[in-house]
Design a protein around this ligand. Sequence first.
Ligand code: MG
Length: 316
Amino acid sequence: MTEFPQLNGFRGGGGIIRLIGHRGARGVMPENTMEGFAFTYRIGVVAFEFDVVLTRDQIPVITHNHRLANAATRAPDGNWKTGAEPKVADLTFDELQTLDVGGLDGQSEYGQRFSDQAFMSGVRIPRLCDLLDMAAQPEHADMHLLLELKSDPDIKDDTSARAQVVASVVQEVRKRHLEPRTVLHSFDWDLLDECRRQAPEMPTSYLSELPGNVDEPGEDSATLVGPDYAAMTVSVPQAIKDAGGQMWCPYYMDVTPDLVSEAHALGLLVSTWTVNDKADIEAMIDAGADGIVSDYPGRVQHCLLNRGMHWRDGGA
Ligand code: MG
């Protein structure tokens, strides 16, 4: 297997389990915002998972859902958006910049899921290049990026549009020479094939969620773009290995110690998402995961420190 330097930032072992801030630190700061990323780095987290979608004018921006959630979006007049939720792909970057994503509507189901999240005003959806510029600063040389390409089910059969998504992302990463610290990540395993074609210098990370798990409220479902697990004749780690991947990112409810061992024997790294409760964090540490993706990085820090472990090279 080709060795990728990027993987060093995601490999566990020797008393280290990598702590990967989910959308920054969604539990405590507005998700996928520069304010959230700055906070996350400030508390000592150096690996970031975040989501990239293209605007109508083909600018990669950092946001999770294909449609802007009313529960997380305020109009220029300061009121929560109502009515049909627009697609990011139908809006220009300038149009997106009129919206405030610095808080959650506490009356909404999504807002109630994250009731500890700080409420801020004047917060904008960032461009991918804004976070890449941060990572490229010399003082952030230890930042590692788990860059999720969101796959739009509406263009699942549009080969050239899908290739454009990958090209737009890869171009921004290469422009800042961040390939050695970036892993490309998706639920859409076919899109990861395209990533490998266009950017063989970056490893690929395969997200999975087995059928039967319940989608989380307020989130785009991954089931429309993922592989057909029922049709698989081998284990998920073996399928990822066969596809050419280097990392497996399973939903934490799907993780067993045996599957982690199998993945490791195949040469894959394992980072699991989105692990927020203390008992689940402890279970993922026990299972031998290399990395834990969490909305509450402080909780993972506490669990690791209590065991004499750490989340990054050199310790605190
Ligand atoms: Mg993601």
